[in-house]
Write a protein that binds this ligand. Structure first.
Ligand code: NAD
Ligand code: DAU
Length: 365
Protein backbone atom coordinates (compact mmCIF):
# COMPACT_ATOMS: atom_id res chain seq x y z
CA UNK A 1 0.00 0.00 0.00
CA UNK A 2 1.34 3.43 -0.94
CA UNK A 3 1.65 5.77 2.01
CA UNK A 4 0.94 9.42 1.18
CA UNK A 5 3.94 11.65 1.87
CA UNK A 6 3.02 14.53 4.20
CA UNK A 7 2.98 17.90 2.44
CA UNK A 8 4.31 21.12 3.92
CA UNK A 9 2.73 24.27 2.51
CA UNK A 10 3.71 27.89 3.01
CA UNK A 11 0.66 30.15 3.17
CA UNK A 12 1.31 33.89 3.24
CA UNK A 13 -1.31 36.27 4.61
CA UNK A 14 -3.10 33.35 6.26
CA UNK A 15 -4.51 35.48 9.07
CA UNK A 16 -6.57 37.65 6.70
CA UNK A 17 -10.03 36.93 5.38
CA UNK A 18 -9.46 34.42 2.56
CA UNK A 19 -6.26 33.01 4.09
CA UNK A 20 -8.07 32.18 7.32
CA UNK A 21 -10.85 30.39 5.48
CA UNK A 22 -8.31 28.61 3.28
CA UNK A 23 -6.25 27.36 6.22
CA UNK A 24 -9.29 26.23 8.22
CA UNK A 25 -10.74 24.44 5.18
CA UNK A 26 -7.44 22.83 4.17
CA UNK A 27 -6.62 21.54 7.65
CA UNK A 28 -10.06 19.93 7.60
CA UNK A 29 -9.98 18.32 4.14
CA UNK A 30 -6.24 17.54 3.86
CA UNK A 31 -5.18 15.65 6.99
CA UNK A 32 -1.74 14.95 5.50
CA UNK A 33 -0.90 18.63 4.96
CA UNK A 34 1.03 20.80 7.42
CA UNK A 35 0.80 24.55 7.02
CA UNK A 36 3.18 27.37 7.90
CA UNK A 37 1.31 30.68 8.00
CA UNK A 38 3.56 33.70 7.42
CA UNK A 39 1.72 36.90 8.26
CA UNK A 40 2.86 40.30 9.49
CA UNK A 41 -0.54 40.93 11.13
CA UNK A 42 -1.43 44.28 9.64
CA UNK A 43 -4.79 45.75 10.60
CA UNK A 44 -6.35 43.07 8.32
CA UNK A 45 -4.75 40.07 10.02
CA UNK A 46 -6.19 38.54 13.15
CA UNK A 47 -4.08 36.12 15.23
CA UNK A 48 -7.17 34.77 17.04
CA UNK A 49 -8.86 33.30 13.96
CA UNK A 50 -7.56 29.81 14.75
CA UNK A 51 -8.13 29.75 18.51
CA UNK A 52 -11.03 27.32 18.29
CA UNK A 53 -9.23 24.68 16.19
CA UNK A 54 -9.12 21.17 17.68
CA UNK A 55 -5.62 19.94 18.56
CA UNK A 56 -5.39 17.51 15.62
CA UNK A 57 -5.69 20.54 13.33
CA UNK A 58 -3.91 23.22 15.36
CA UNK A 59 -0.90 20.86 15.71
CA UNK A 60 -0.50 20.97 11.92
CA UNK A 61 -0.54 24.77 11.76
CA UNK A 62 2.54 26.85 12.55
CA UNK A 63 2.41 30.62 12.74
CA UNK A 64 5.36 32.83 11.83
CA UNK A 65 5.03 36.54 12.51
CA UNK A 66 6.89 38.24 9.67
CA UNK A 67 6.85 40.25 6.50
CA UNK A 68 6.87 38.71 3.00
CA UNK A 69 9.38 41.38 2.00
CA UNK A 70 11.93 40.09 4.52
CA UNK A 71 14.31 38.04 2.35
CA UNK A 72 16.42 36.80 5.28
CA UNK A 73 13.38 35.46 7.04
CA UNK A 74 12.11 33.85 3.83
CA UNK A 75 15.46 32.22 3.17
CA UNK A 76 15.53 30.80 6.72
CA UNK A 77 11.95 29.55 6.43
CA UNK A 78 12.54 27.84 3.08
CA UNK A 79 15.72 26.11 4.21
CA UNK A 80 14.10 24.91 7.45
CA UNK A 81 10.92 23.66 5.80
CA UNK A 82 11.53 22.59 2.18
CA UNK A 83 8.02 23.65 1.27
CA UNK A 84 6.12 21.48 -1.20
CA UNK A 85 4.09 24.47 -2.38
CA UNK A 86 3.47 28.15 -1.70
CA UNK A 87 0.04 29.81 -1.61
CA UNK A 88 0.51 33.56 -1.69
CA UNK A 89 -2.38 35.60 -0.27
CA UNK A 90 -0.45 38.31 1.60
CA UNK A 91 -1.36 41.70 0.20
CA UNK A 92 -2.91 45.02 0.91
CA UNK A 93 -6.35 44.28 -0.47
CA UNK A 94 -8.70 47.25 -0.06
CA UNK A 95 -9.26 49.54 -3.05
CA UNK A 96 -10.36 52.56 -0.96
CA UNK A 97 -7.21 52.34 1.18
CA UNK A 98 -5.12 52.20 -2.00
CA UNK A 99 -6.66 55.49 -3.08
CA UNK A 100 -5.86 57.25 0.19
CA UNK A 101 -2.42 55.63 0.65
CA UNK A 102 -1.04 53.84 -2.43
CA UNK A 103 2.62 53.38 -1.42
CA UNK A 104 2.21 50.40 0.87
CA UNK A 105 0.35 48.65 -1.97
CA UNK A 106 3.42 48.93 -4.17
CA UNK A 107 5.67 47.82 -1.32
CA UNK A 108 3.68 44.82 -0.12
CA UNK A 109 1.99 43.62 -3.28
CA UNK A 110 4.86 44.09 -5.71
CA UNK A 111 8.03 43.95 -3.59
CA UNK A 112 6.54 41.26 -1.33
CA UNK A 113 5.64 39.04 -4.28
CA UNK A 114 9.05 39.68 -5.82
CA UNK A 115 10.87 38.62 -2.63
CA UNK A 116 8.74 35.50 -2.32
CA UNK A 117 9.32 34.53 -5.95
CA UNK A 118 13.08 34.90 -5.49
CA UNK A 119 13.26 32.67 -2.41
CA UNK A 120 10.82 30.13 -3.91
CA UNK A 121 13.00 29.87 -7.01
CA UNK A 122 16.20 29.49 -4.99
CA UNK A 123 14.70 26.76 -2.85
CA UNK A 124 13.13 24.93 -5.84
CA UNK A 125 16.44 24.95 -7.71
CA UNK A 126 18.48 23.90 -4.65
CA UNK A 127 16.19 20.89 -4.34
CA UNK A 128 16.73 19.93 -8.00
CA UNK A 129 13.42 21.32 -9.25
CA UNK A 130 10.81 18.93 -7.78
CA UNK A 131 8.03 18.34 -10.34
CA UNK A 132 5.12 18.81 -8.02
CA UNK A 133 6.20 22.14 -6.46
CA UNK A 134 3.68 24.93 -7.11
CA UNK A 135 3.81 28.69 -6.51
CA UNK A 136 0.17 29.76 -6.44
CA UNK A 137 -0.35 33.49 -6.68
CA UNK A 138 -3.82 34.56 -5.54
CA UNK A 139 -4.87 37.49 -7.66
CA UNK A 140 -7.97 39.39 -8.61
CA UNK A 141 -10.35 40.06 -11.51
CA UNK A 142 -9.65 43.78 -10.98
CA UNK A 143 -6.45 43.49 -13.04
CA UNK A 144 -8.66 43.33 -16.15
CA UNK A 145 -10.23 46.75 -15.52
CA UNK A 146 -13.88 47.65 -15.97
CA UNK A 147 -16.54 46.07 -18.21
CA UNK A 148 -19.50 47.71 -19.91
CA UNK A 149 -22.95 46.14 -19.63
CA UNK A 150 -21.96 43.07 -21.69
CA UNK A 151 -19.10 40.59 -21.84
CA UNK A 152 -16.88 38.71 -19.40
CA UNK A 153 -13.24 38.60 -18.34
CA UNK A 154 -11.46 35.57 -19.79
CA UNK A 155 -7.89 34.51 -19.13
CA UNK A 156 -6.95 36.26 -22.40
CA UNK A 157 -8.48 39.65 -21.53
CA UNK A 158 -5.70 42.28 -21.60
CA UNK A 159 -4.74 43.82 -18.28
CA UNK A 160 -6.13 47.31 -17.72
CA UNK A 161 -6.05 48.08 -13.99
CA UNK A 162 -7.71 51.25 -12.68
CA UNK A 163 -6.81 51.66 -9.00
CA UNK A 164 -3.45 51.63 -7.24
CA UNK A 165 -4.58 48.32 -5.70
CA UNK A 166 -5.34 46.67 -9.03
CA UNK A 167 -2.21 48.17 -10.61
CA UNK A 168 -0.09 46.64 -7.85
CA UNK A 169 -1.79 43.25 -8.27
CA UNK A 170 -1.31 43.46 -12.05
CA UNK A 171 2.39 44.22 -11.59
CA UNK A 172 2.79 41.29 -9.22
CA UNK A 173 1.00 39.00 -11.70
CA UNK A 174 3.48 40.05 -14.41
CA UNK A 175 6.43 39.16 -12.16
CA UNK A 176 4.88 35.74 -11.50
CA UNK A 177 4.45 35.17 -15.25
CA UNK A 178 8.04 36.31 -15.87
CA UNK A 179 9.39 33.84 -13.28
CA UNK A 180 7.59 31.03 -15.10
CA UNK A 181 8.72 32.07 -18.58
CA UNK A 182 12.29 32.98 -17.65
CA UNK A 183 13.20 30.50 -14.92
CA UNK A 184 10.49 27.80 -15.35
CA UNK A 185 9.33 28.26 -11.74
CA UNK A 186 6.09 26.22 -11.68
CA UNK A 187 3.87 29.18 -10.94
CA UNK A 188 0.12 29.53 -11.45
CA UNK A 189 -2.11 32.58 -11.09
CA UNK A 190 -5.77 32.62 -10.07
CA UNK A 191 -7.84 35.75 -10.77
CA UNK A 192 -10.93 35.73 -8.63
CA UNK A 193 -14.03 37.88 -8.22
CA UNK A 194 -15.41 39.44 -5.00
CA UNK A 195 -15.41 37.05 -2.05
CA UNK A 196 -17.75 37.17 0.91
CA UNK A 197 -18.17 35.03 4.02
CA UNK A 198 -16.98 34.63 7.62
CA UNK A 199 -13.91 36.50 8.94
CA UNK A 200 -14.04 39.35 6.39
CA UNK A 201 -12.72 42.60 7.83
CA UNK A 202 -15.60 45.11 8.15
CA UNK A 203 -14.22 47.66 5.69
CA UNK A 204 -15.46 45.78 2.60
CA UNK A 205 -19.01 46.20 1.31
CA UNK A 206 -20.75 43.17 2.80
CA UNK A 207 -19.44 43.12 6.37
CA UNK A 208 -19.56 46.93 6.57
CA UNK A 209 -23.21 46.95 5.57
CA UNK A 210 -24.12 43.97 7.77
CA UNK A 211 -22.64 45.60 10.86
CA UNK A 212 -24.04 49.04 10.07
CA UNK A 213 -27.50 47.53 9.64
CA UNK A 214 -27.22 45.68 12.94
CA UNK A 215 -26.05 48.88 14.67
CA UNK A 216 -28.50 51.14 12.79
CA UNK A 217 -25.73 53.29 11.29
CA UNK A 218 -25.87 54.93 7.82
CA UNK A 219 -25.29 52.64 4.82
CA UNK A 220 -22.93 54.55 2.47
CA UNK A 221 -23.53 53.62 -1.19
CA UNK A 222 -20.94 55.05 -3.57
CA UNK A 223 -22.31 56.85 -6.65
CA UNK A 224 -25.62 55.56 -8.01
CA UNK A 225 -25.21 52.10 -6.44
CA UNK A 226 -25.45 50.44 -9.85
CA UNK A 227 -21.86 49.19 -10.03
CA UNK A 228 -21.81 45.45 -10.52
CA UNK A 229 -19.58 42.87 -8.89
CA UNK A 230 -19.57 39.08 -9.27
CA UNK A 231 -19.87 37.50 -5.81
CA UNK A 232 -18.29 34.22 -4.74
CA UNK A 233 -18.62 32.52 -1.35
CA UNK A 234 -15.15 32.28 0.16
CA UNK A 235 -15.26 28.49 0.67
CA UNK A 236 -15.85 28.03 -3.05
CA UNK A 237 -12.73 30.12 -3.68
CA UNK A 238 -10.72 28.03 -1.20
CA UNK A 239 -11.82 24.80 -2.88
CA UNK A 240 -10.85 26.23 -6.29
CA UNK A 241 -7.38 27.07 -4.98
CA UNK A 242 -6.92 23.49 -3.73
CA UNK A 243 -7.94 22.12 -7.14
CA UNK A 244 -5.47 24.45 -8.84
CA UNK A 245 -2.59 23.47 -6.53
CA UNK A 246 -3.25 19.79 -7.12
CA UNK A 247 -4.14 19.74 -10.80
CA UNK A 248 -3.47 23.16 -12.31
CA UNK A 249 -0.89 23.44 -15.09
CA UNK A 250 2.20 25.58 -14.37
CA UNK A 251 2.32 28.80 -16.37
CA UNK A 252 -1.47 28.93 -16.55
CA UNK A 253 -3.98 31.43 -15.28
CA UNK A 254 -7.39 30.34 -14.00
CA UNK A 255 -10.27 32.79 -13.62
CA UNK A 256 -12.53 32.00 -10.67
CA UNK A 257 -16.03 33.47 -10.38
CA UNK A 258 -19.39 32.92 -8.78
CA UNK A 259 -21.84 33.48 -11.66
CA UNK A 260 -23.55 35.89 -9.30
CA UNK A 261 -23.51 39.40 -10.70
CA UNK A 262 -25.35 41.89 -8.50
CA UNK A 263 -25.66 45.68 -8.36
CA UNK A 264 -24.40 47.08 -5.05
CA UNK A 265 -27.79 48.60 -4.26
CA UNK A 266 -29.53 45.25 -4.73
CA UNK A 267 -27.09 43.60 -2.34
CA UNK A 268 -27.70 46.26 0.28
CA UNK A 269 -31.48 45.97 -0.10
CA UNK A 270 -31.20 42.20 0.31
CA UNK A 271 -29.04 42.51 3.44
CA UNK A 272 -31.50 45.04 4.93
CA UNK A 273 -34.48 42.75 4.30
CA UNK A 274 -32.82 39.56 5.56
CA UNK A 275 -31.52 41.23 8.71
CA UNK A 276 -34.86 42.97 9.36
CA UNK A 277 -36.49 39.54 9.43
CA UNK A 278 -33.94 38.24 11.90
CA UNK A 279 -34.00 41.37 14.07
CA UNK A 280 -37.81 41.80 13.97
CA UNK A 281 -37.71 45.25 12.34
CA UNK A 282 -40.71 46.43 10.31
CA UNK A 283 -42.67 49.54 9.29
CA UNK A 284 -40.79 52.77 9.92
CA UNK A 285 -37.91 50.82 11.51
CA UNK A 286 -36.92 48.91 8.37
CA UNK A 287 -33.22 49.20 7.63
CA UNK A 288 -33.56 50.51 4.07
CA UNK A 289 -34.15 53.90 5.70
CA UNK A 290 -30.44 53.91 6.61
CA UNK A 291 -29.28 53.96 2.96
CA UNK A 292 -27.31 57.05 1.92
CA UNK A 293 -25.99 57.69 -1.60
CA UNK A 294 -22.56 59.29 -1.08
CA UNK A 295 -19.86 60.68 -3.35
CA UNK A 296 -18.36 58.05 -5.61
CA UNK A 297 -15.07 56.18 -5.28
CA UNK A 298 -12.59 57.90 -7.66
CA UNK A 299 -11.99 55.73 -10.75
CA UNK A 300 -14.76 53.36 -9.63
CA UNK A 301 -14.89 50.33 -11.97
CA UNK A 302 -18.43 49.89 -13.27
CA UNK A 303 -18.75 46.15 -13.73
CA UNK A 304 -16.78 42.96 -13.18
CA UNK A 305 -17.89 39.60 -14.55
CA UNK A 306 -15.88 36.40 -14.81
CA UNK A 307 -15.93 33.71 -17.45
CA UNK A 308 -14.87 30.70 -15.37
CA UNK A 309 -15.35 28.04 -18.03
CA UNK A 310 -11.62 27.19 -18.19
CA UNK A 311 -11.36 26.03 -14.57
CA UNK A 312 -14.66 24.16 -14.90
CA UNK A 313 -13.63 22.47 -18.15
CA UNK A 314 -10.04 21.63 -17.18
CA UNK A 315 -10.25 21.03 -13.42
CA UNK A 316 -13.95 20.30 -12.87
CA UNK A 317 -14.41 23.17 -10.41
CA UNK A 318 -17.63 25.15 -10.19
CA UNK A 319 -19.15 27.09 -7.28
CA UNK A 320 -21.18 24.89 -4.93
CA UNK A 321 -22.86 27.57 -2.82
CA UNK A 322 -25.85 29.49 -4.15
CA UNK A 323 -25.68 33.24 -3.49
CA UNK A 324 -28.79 33.53 -1.29
CA UNK A 325 -27.82 30.43 0.74
CA UNK A 326 -24.28 31.67 1.39
CA UNK A 327 -25.44 35.21 2.19
CA UNK A 328 -27.58 33.70 4.93
CA UNK A 329 -24.62 31.67 6.23
CA UNK A 330 -22.57 34.88 6.27
CA UNK A 331 -25.22 36.91 8.11
CA UNK A 332 -25.59 34.21 10.73
CA UNK A 333 -21.83 34.07 11.19
CA UNK A 334 -21.60 37.81 11.90
CA UNK A 335 -24.62 37.74 14.23
CA UNK A 336 -23.03 34.84 16.12
CA UNK A 337 -19.54 36.32 16.25
CA UNK A 338 -19.92 39.86 17.52
CA UNK A 339 -17.00 39.25 19.91
CA UNK A 340 -14.77 38.70 16.86
CA UNK A 341 -16.13 41.91 15.33
CA UNK A 342 -15.34 43.81 18.51
CA UNK A 343 -11.80 42.41 18.56
CA UNK A 344 -10.97 43.59 15.01
CA UNK A 345 -12.37 47.10 15.45
CA UNK A 346 -9.28 48.66 16.94
CA UNK A 347 -8.45 52.35 17.10
CA UNK A 348 -6.96 51.92 13.62
CA UNK A 349 -10.36 50.77 12.35
CA UNK A 350 -12.14 53.80 13.79
CA UNK A 351 -9.53 56.08 12.21
CA UNK A 352 -10.08 54.40 8.81
CA UNK A 353 -13.85 54.94 9.00
CA UNK A 354 -13.24 58.62 9.76
CA UNK A 355 -10.65 59.05 6.97
CA UNK A 356 -12.73 57.33 4.28
CA UNK A 357 -16.19 58.55 5.09
CA UNK A 358 -16.02 61.91 6.84
CA UNK A 359 -15.67 63.99 3.65
CA UNK A 360 -18.29 62.11 1.67
CA UNK A 361 -21.48 64.07 1.16
CA UNK A 362 -24.87 62.96 2.49
CA UNK A 363 -23.55 60.63 5.17
CA UNK A 364 -25.69 61.84 8.00
CA UNK A 365 -28.70 60.17 9.47
P1 NAD B 1 -6.97 40.68 3.68
O1 NAD B 1 -6.65 42.12 3.56
O2 NAD B 1 -8.16 40.26 4.47
O3 NAD B 1 -5.73 39.90 4.29
C1 NAD B 1 -4.41 40.17 3.91
C2 NAD B 1 -3.48 39.44 4.89
O4 NAD B 1 -2.13 39.69 4.47
C3 NAD B 1 -3.59 39.96 6.33
O5 NAD B 1 -3.59 38.87 7.24
C4 NAD B 1 -2.34 40.80 6.51
O6 NAD B 1 -1.88 40.85 7.86
C5 NAD B 1 -1.36 40.06 5.60
N1 NAD B 1 -0.27 40.94 5.13
C6 NAD B 1 -0.38 42.19 4.59
N2 NAD B 1 0.83 42.67 4.31
C7 NAD B 1 1.73 41.70 4.63
C8 NAD B 1 3.14 41.60 4.55
N3 NAD B 1 3.90 42.60 4.05
N4 NAD B 1 3.74 40.46 4.98
C9 NAD B 1 2.99 39.43 5.48
N5 NAD B 1 1.66 39.49 5.59
C10 NAD B 1 1.03 40.60 5.17
O7 NAD B 1 -7.08 40.14 2.18
P2 NAD B 1 -8.05 39.03 1.57
O8 NAD B 1 -9.33 39.66 1.22
O9 NAD B 1 -7.99 37.82 2.43
O10 NAD B 1 -7.29 38.76 0.18
C11 NAD B 1 -6.23 37.81 0.13
C12 NAD B 1 -5.64 37.80 -1.27
O11 NAD B 1 -6.67 37.49 -2.22
C13 NAD B 1 -5.08 39.15 -1.70
O12 NAD B 1 -3.89 38.91 -2.42
C14 NAD B 1 -6.14 39.74 -2.60
O13 NAD B 1 -5.58 40.58 -3.57
C15 NAD B 1 -6.74 38.49 -3.22
N6 NAD B 1 -8.15 38.60 -3.60
C16 NAD B 1 -9.09 39.01 -2.71
C17 NAD B 1 -10.43 39.04 -3.08
C18 NAD B 1 -11.51 39.47 -2.12
O14 NAD B 1 -12.67 39.61 -2.55
N7 NAD B 1 -11.22 39.69 -0.86
C19 NAD B 1 -10.80 38.64 -4.37
C20 NAD B 1 -9.81 38.24 -5.27
C21 NAD B 1 -8.48 38.19 -4.86
O1 DAU C 1 -13.05 41.90 -7.45
C1 DAU C 1 -12.18 41.37 -6.49
C2 DAU C 1 -11.84 42.43 -5.48
O2 DAU C 1 -13.00 42.61 -4.67
C3 DAU C 1 -10.64 42.07 -4.61
O3 DAU C 1 -9.50 41.99 -5.41
C4 DAU C 1 -10.43 43.11 -3.52
O4 DAU C 1 -9.39 42.69 -2.66
C5 DAU C 1 -11.70 43.23 -2.72
O5 DAU C 1 -11.57 44.25 -1.75
C6 DAU C 1 -12.89 43.55 -3.64
O6 DAU C 1 -12.76 44.88 -4.20
P1 DAU C 1 -14.03 45.86 -4.37
O7 DAU C 1 -13.55 47.23 -4.49
O8 DAU C 1 -14.95 45.35 -5.42
O9 DAU C 1 -14.73 45.58 -2.94
P2 DAU C 1 -15.41 46.54 -1.87
O10 DAU C 1 -16.08 45.65 -0.88
O11 DAU C 1 -14.50 47.59 -1.37
O12 DAU C 1 -16.55 47.26 -2.75
C7 DAU C 1 -17.55 46.52 -3.43
C8 DAU C 1 -18.45 47.50 -4.16
O13 DAU C 1 -19.19 48.25 -3.19
C9 DAU C 1 -17.70 48.51 -4.98
O14 DAU C 1 -18.44 48.81 -6.16
C10 DAU C 1 -17.65 49.76 -4.09
C11 DAU C 1 -18.94 49.66 -3.31
N1 DAU C 1 -18.90 50.23 -1.94
C12 DAU C 1 -17.93 49.83 -1.08
C13 DAU C 1 -17.85 50.35 0.19
C14 DAU C 1 -16.76 49.93 1.14
C15 DAU C 1 -19.87 51.15 -1.55
O15 DAU C 1 -20.79 51.49 -2.32
N2 DAU C 1 -19.81 51.64 -0.27
C16 DAU C 1 -18.83 51.31 0.61
O16 DAU C 1 -18.81 51.86 1.75
Amino acid sequence: MEINKRKRILVTGGSGFIGTNFIRHTLHVKPDWDIVNLDSLTYAGNPHNFQDLKSDQSGRLHFVLGDVRNENLLSQLFSQNNFDSVVHFAAESHVDRSILGPKVFLETNVNGTFALLGESLRSWEDRKRPNDFRFLHVSTDEVYGSLGPHGYFTEETPYNPSSPYSASKAASDHFVKAYFHTYNLPAIITNCSNNYGPFQFPEKLLPLMILNIIEQKPLPIYGDGKNIRDWLFVLDHCEAILQVIERGVPGNTYNIGGNSERQNIDIVHLLCDLLDKRLGRSGKDTSRRLIRFVSDRPGHDRRYAIDATKIERELGWSPQFKFEEAINITLDWYLGNMAWVKSVRSGEYRKWIEDNYEDRENLSI
